[in-house]
Design a protein around this ligand. Structure first.
Ligand code: FES
Ligand SMILES: [Fe+2]
Length: 420
């Protein structure tokens, strides 16, 4: 909890806050930003965690981050430490990173490699499928080792992406999206990639403001000179801002992509919660580097055409991504407190690409480092204004902010559905 959260603690109980939240969402005028407490109240934040982040499918990382048996990484979903590990059969497992003895965190590093999972407290030892192997003889005759395996989280992978759900029963409407994601990601062969650069920034803003900011490019012209060297300000071919020149360019590039078997047709799932669309970058541009030219000399997977534009993959509530010909940029958003959010960005290249020879990490990261920092400032300024007595929800533009409208509608419906 940060100092601003403390300012906003009210005398409401959590239950009263949930009731207030439901009312605020029910009476919310269409296409307007949310009421103040939904962006800054700790009880509302707790409700966001419980109704969204502890129930829905959450993007946590890439399968290539755990390439071989025993490789793991950890992630915190609210108050839940979670462990992602590659098991001995090549599968990806997700466990609560919590010992079944007295509850200690088991893996305390952000990432690593282990033969077994050993709790640092009293050395209870689990295999890579979460079975308890060893608990010491002092537990007594009635102790059932088989009853003390690690608690699993639901885990699904597709196209190199790992999603988990902490719900008792995970939402069951995810598989159509995953099948399409697998198909659209096939050319990239993500299992044979590696993280070239990772950045973690903490923004002093509610997680919804971070996502809202990402879901529109209305702010791009005023804030993102580096990004706009290569990126068009709209992200769909039917956007009213698309020019005849752009549509001609799109037709030409789409024909090339078809000839190479690169999927590009726009796909939406579950409203616009999950979305995949390949968009050209500016004419002549290869990837999102400062000059638009190659970021890595090795292309990904079976790709031959350097001008694949950027395949944008959206997964609400916490990820957007740019898949390009020679590197991919994946983004993960995790709420820390009502007014604090972790934004993780990873740049992935072919696993055989050699740093300093095939790619320069500083060149690769430059545009999105700058963009992330510009977005951080925008989200923090947005938060500061929302905290003011002068804040009143304002209208979204249906032309420029349709992505924000979709996100807030999805959020509102999801919270209300899950609160029932
Ligand atoms: S808490 Fe893990 S071994 Fe005791
Ligand atoms: Fe931005």
């Amino acid at each position: 909890m940060n100092e601003f959260d403390l300012l906003n603690i009210t005398s409401n109980s959590y239950q009263e806050s949930c009731e207030q939240m439901r009312n605020e969402l029910e009476k919310r005028p269409e296409n307007q930003s949310l009421a103040q407490p939904l962006y800054n109240d700790p009880n509302m934040f707790r409700a966001d965690l419980e109704q969204v982040f502890y129930k829905e499918w959450i993007f946590v990382g890439m399968t290539s981050e755990v390439p071989t048996k025993g490789d793991y990484f950890t992630v915190e979903i609210g108050q839940n430490p979670v462990l992602i590990v590659r098991d001995g059969d090549g599968g990806i497992q997700a466990f609560h990173n919590v010992c079944r003895h007295r509850g200690s965190t088991i893996c305390t590093k952000h990432r690593g490699k282990v033969a077994n999972l050993v709790c640092p407290y009293h050395q209870w030892t689990y295999d890579l499928k979460g079975n308890l192997l060893y608990a010491g003889t002092e537990m007594g005759d009635s102790f059932e080792t088989s009853q003390h395996g690690l608690k699993k989280a639901h885990c699904k992978t597709a196209g190199g992406f790992i999603f988990i759900s902490l719900a008792k029963e995970a939402p069951d409407d995810f598989d159509a999206y995953l099948a399409t994601l697998e198909e659209y990601m096939e050319p990239y062969d993500m299992e044979n990639t590696k993280v070239a650069v990772e950045s973690n920034i903490v923004e002093q803003a509610n997680w919804k403001l971070v996502i809202e900011n990402n879901r529109e490019c209305y702010h791009c012209a005023g804030s993102h000179p580096e990004l706009l060297n290569t990126l068009l300000e709209w992200d769909d071919t039917n956007d009213p801002r698309a020019t005849p020149e752009f549509l001609e360019q799109y037709e030409r590039q789409a024909a090339e992509w078809d000839a190479e078997g690169i999927p590009h047709q726009h796909q939406d799932f579950d409203g616009l919660r999950n979305r995949i669309v390949r968009m050209p970058l500016k004419e002549g541009v290869e990837v999102m580097t400062l000059d638009g030219q190659q970021g890595c000399s090795k292309l990904l997977g079976r790709i031959k055409n350097r001008q694949l534009g950027s395949m944008r993959i959206l997964h609400l509530p916490n990820s957007w991504n740019h898949m390009q010909s020679d590197h991919c940029i994946v983004f993960r958003v995790l709420p820390i407190s009502a007014q604090k959010t972790l934004v993780t960005t990873k740049w992935l290249v072919h696993k055989d690409a050699v740093e300093g020879v095939d790619y320069d990490p500083e060149r690769l990261r430059l545009v999105w480092d700058a963009t992330n920092d510009q977005d951080r400032i925008l989200a923090e300024q947005n938060q500061q204004g929302i905290n003011s007595l002068g804040y009143q929800p304002g209208p979204y533009s249906e032309t420029y902010e349709f992505g924000v409208i979709n996100f807030i509608n999805w959020y509102s419906e999801t919270v209300r559905k899950n609160m029932k």
